[in-house]
Ligand binder design. Structure first.
Ligand SMILES: *Cc1c(COP(=O)(O)O)cnc(C)c1O
Length: 356
């Protein structure tokens, strides 16, 4: 049945092992981030087999799925006030920036006879989540210390998700210095300094990881790449996920649409190069299953033209293969496409246990 996704579990396991080894050498613990693949239990399982001890996800529903796994579970997206009950129930730790939510977590923990650990996020310029001012940071700490059922166990930063700002040696140094001062001033028992996501990995390799002891990695484990410069981590596999889609139309047509112009399926006016008539093929998959910017044909003579919610159009003019209706085309996936495919009920998932 097509389209289908082939997930090579052995490659993910090897990536995890290699990255764990590098981090261990520098005294850094990995929080394995599972949101990029909907916390699929088969993938989580091979990560645990490779040595992962803590799992993080942005969604409670994903962590709930992993309830029976004996690992520390961390909610890495700032909780919704409406989900605090589930947060204390299904997670050991959550990342936070709002005192109102922290108070909610404390009440929920109290109701359930539990203690809940929090890590406070500090914004270092990427401008997604994080406390921005030092004054507010101190206020949050002071108020949290008055709460009965919350323990502040660490601080963290997140980079390169919204503003495209990558962490530098200075970012990490500032995090270490700030938290040391706060820990001393408020006598905090800080055991986690979380230095960011896969975009911080390049700093570990250059041993510029000032006092940081934790890194949150999704991409590095599943794609084997660091996320600041998109370089492959030596020895890792970038192709653990392969998508196979079926060709439903092959025709020679112009390279530029013609007729009266309006907006396309994405409310945009696309632009095209005139290359005369080209051979175009359509695969039966679309933007609800993949992200056209995060997918690469294995046949590198194919060129992606784009598509719509259920159609994926490629230029096969220069291909050696004489593509025909019914043929299967293979693609390597990037982060956003993996996420969409895993979320799509229209794509069959096949898990492979051998590297080849
Ligand atoms: C998604 C996310 C991560 C993991 O990012 P990768 O680039 O996949 O390593 C880490 N931390 C937070 C807060 C995230 O939202």
């Amino acid at each position: 049945m097509y389209p289908r996704l082939l997930v090579n579990l052995e490659k993910i396991k090897e990536n995890t092992g290699i990255v764990l080894e590098i981090c261990k050498k520098h005294g850094i613990e990995i929080l394995a981030i599972t949101k990029g693949f909907c916390a699929d239990p088969q993938i989580v399982e091979v990560m645990i087999q490779a040595g992962i001890k803590t799992i993080g996800d942005s969604r409670i529903l994903n962590l709930k799925k992993l309830e029976s796994y004996n690992v520390v579970k961390v909610l890495i997206r700032i909780p919704m006030l409406s989900e605090v009950e589930d947060v204390v129930k299904y997670c050991n730790v959550s990342y936070n920036t709002e005192i109102k939510t922290i108070k909610g977590l404390s009440l929920a923990a109290q109701k359930n006879g539990k203690r809940h650990k929090i890590i406070i996020m500090i914004d270092k310029g990427d401008l997604r989540e994080g406390v921005y001012s030092l004054i507010e940071l101190e206020e949050i700490i002071q108020e949290t210390l008055r709460l009965k059922n919350i323990d502040i166990v660490g601080f963290g930063i997140n980079m390169k998700c919204f503003g495209a700002i990558i962490p530098t040696e200075k970012t990490l140094e500032e995090l270490t210095v700030t938290t040391k001062q706060l820990a001393d001033k408020y006598k905090l028992n800080v055991n986690t300094l979380s230095g960011g996501n896969s975009s911080s990995f390049y700093l570990i390799e250059t041993e510029r990881f000032h006092g940081i002891n934790n890194i949150r990695l999704g991409e590095a484990l599943i794609l084997g790449t660091e996320a600041s410069f998109n370089k492959i981590i030596p020895g890792c596999y970038n192709d653990a996920f392969t998508l196979e889609a079926e060709v439903i139309e092959v025709k020679e047509k112009p390279s530029i649409p013609h007729g009266k112009l309006a907006l396309n399926a994405f409310n945009k006016v696309p632009s095209f190069d005139d290359r005369g008539n080209i051979k175009r093929m359509i695969c039966a998959i679309g933007s609800q299953d993949i992200d056209f910017d995060f997918i690469i044909p294995k046949d590198d003579s194919l060129r992606i033209l784009g598509g719509s919610s259920d159609h994926f159009i490629l230029d096969c003019t220069l291909a050696d293969v004489d593509y025909k209706v019914g043929d299967i085309v293979s693609f390597t996936l990037g982060y956003m496409s993996i996420l969409r495919v895993m979320n799509s009920p229209y794509v069959e998932k096949v898990f492979l246990n051998s590297k080849f």
